[in-house]
Design a protein around this ligand. Structure first.
Ligand code: NAD
Length: 443
């Protein structure tokens, strides 16, 4: 099939590449000229395991192209995926300006029937807004052309995006058109061979399914963080509690890790957007609001622990920070707990020496050159001359540590572990003070 994808970010790039790998012909279009030039030069602007070689193979095979030429792109594919950003507006609702801009672009250039697919995460009712935007432009052009709009939310996780796209649990398509169903079945047939993954439903249900899924996962995280804080105050170890509750199959072990709060481009904005959509229709989404406020509080925890460990005097201190990305296996730092921590430390007059296996470039892009930030190339170089070590991201490479070496390197023997990576007794036996999340040490 000939397919056009608007937006070459995490979702668009992975979708385009995986669909090309499945044999479709793909044109990816983006307004970011620099990104398109880099992609055409063989440079992949994001880190995602397995993506780079797949892009190269499919570009070489002529099945995957990148362009800024929207007119050519619109006239290429029967399917027009919209995979552009939906950032939070000032009031927390999803800002649809990029999505609606793409709808207008499609309507401006289309010459025949198109299927417009909302892959971006968008609030209930967006498909109607996309149709209205297309109708308006077609009317201005004075043409009558057929099209359909459907919803096909994406469930991939950064860090495992290629794997998730190819082997995801379900493919949700919101439509009541048989023509769209046939086309979407053909598009996804390479991923639908072993068992039926395609779930057709109406558009509004598909739109809400995406928000409900992310809100549920964020709720699990905030719930565990709430219990972890309680455990800390009550003198219990949340890790033992986690094992205890996870063994119940009704609860399960997934997504019940306590930590320093969720980040990324999805959970924070999607929980907010759903709560905002609820209040727009006069419903007070109490649980969603609590999920968000628990998370905000949790992101401040690492700083609080440092403030208390250093008697409220962080001025002139140097903090080693392992992990900048909001989670492992990605370079994405959007809403990452590391950012809140670094910004608080800088305000308090401290310096940061950070290491991340993949997010160094992104960190430099966000913060530029500054005297109070050093990014090291090696994990242990971040410890050099530091007063404490803080762990923000659970990269595998941080799990194995020589604590005697760490003790020797740090000016003060303090580890603040935002991801509960270590056994407290092992750390303490090396003479280090260990402050983890919800592990009985109330600082
Ligand atoms: P992103 O910011 O990484 O990429 C968006 C891209 O769209 C950018 O390259 C931007 O230049 C481009 N763009 C903006 N306007 C455009 C236009 N008019 N024409 C063509 N390109 C345009 O965003 P993302 O992380 O890929 O997310 C995209 C959507 O998918 C969001 O709604 C997000 O919530 C959703 N989503 C993201 C993830 C994830 O893990 N990142 C997972 C599932 C769903």
């Amino acid at each position: 099939m000939k397919i056009t994808i608007f937006g070459s970010g995490y979702v668009g790039l992975v979708t385009g590449t995986c669909l090309a790998d499945a044999g479709h012909e793909i044109v990816c279009v983006d307004v970011d000229e620099d990104k398109v030039a880099r992609l055409n030069a063989g440079e992949v602007p994001i880190y995602e395991p397995g993506l780079e070689p797949m892009i190269r193979t499919n570009m070489d095979a002529g099945r995957l192209r990148f362009t800024t030429d929207a007119e050519m792109a619109v006239n290429f594919g029967l399917l027009q995926f919209i995979a552009v950003g939906t950032p939070p507006d000032e009031d927390g609702s999803a800002d649809l300006k990029y999505v609606l801009k793409v709808a207008e672009t499609i309507a401006t250039h289309m010459q025949d029937y198109k299927i417009v697919i909302d892959k971006s995460t968008v609030p209930v009712g967006t498909a109607d807004k996309v149709s209205a935007a297309i109708d308006k432009v077609l009317k201005q052009r004075g043409v009558e052309l057929e099209y359909d709009v459907c919803s096909n939310p994406e469930f991939l996780k950064e860090g495992a995006a290629v794997e998730d796209f190819s082997k995801g649990a379900r493919i949700i398509v919101g439509t009541d058109s048989e023509r769209v169903k046939r086309a979407m079945r053909e598009c996804y047939s390479p991923y639908n061979r072993n068992h039926e993954k395609l779930m057709f439903m109406d558009v509004r249900c598909a739109e809400l399914t995406k928000y409900a899924a992310n809100a549920m996962l964020a709720t699990k995280i905030s719930f565990m963080n709430e219990v972890a804080n309680l455990a800390e105050t009550l003198g219990a170890d949340i890790e033992q509690v986690r094992h205890g509750i996870g063994s119940d199959p009704r609860i399960g072990y997934h997504f019940i890790y306590p930590g320093c709060g969720y980040g990324g481009s999805c959970f924070p904005k999607d929980v907010q957007a759903l709560a905002r959509a609820a209040s727009d229709v006069g419903y007070n989404a109490e649980l969603l609001n609590a999920v968000e406020s628990v998370n905000k509080r949790q992101k401040g925890k690492l700083f609080q622990k440092l403030v208390q460990a250093f008697d409220n005097d962080l001025e002139g201190k140097t903090i080693a920070l392992w992990g900048l990305a909001f989670k492992p296996n990605t370079d994405d730092m959007r809403e990452a707990p590391s950012r809140e921590l670094m910004e608080s430390l800088w305000k308090a007059g401290a310096k940061v020496q950070a290491f991340d296996p993949e997010a160094s470039r992104e960190c430099k892009r966000i913060y530029g050159e500054r005297d109070d930030l050093t990014i090291t190339d090696k994990r242990d170089d971040a410890l050099e001359g530091a007063d404490a070590l803080v762990i923000c991201t659970e990269w595998k490479a941080f799990r194995t540590v020589d604590f005697d070496f760490v003790k020797q390197k740090l000016n003060t023997p303090v580890i603040v572990d935002g991801r509960n990576l270590f056994d407290p007794d092992t750390v303490k036996s090396a003479g280090l003070l260990y402050f983890a999340m919800g592990r009985g040490e109330s600082l």
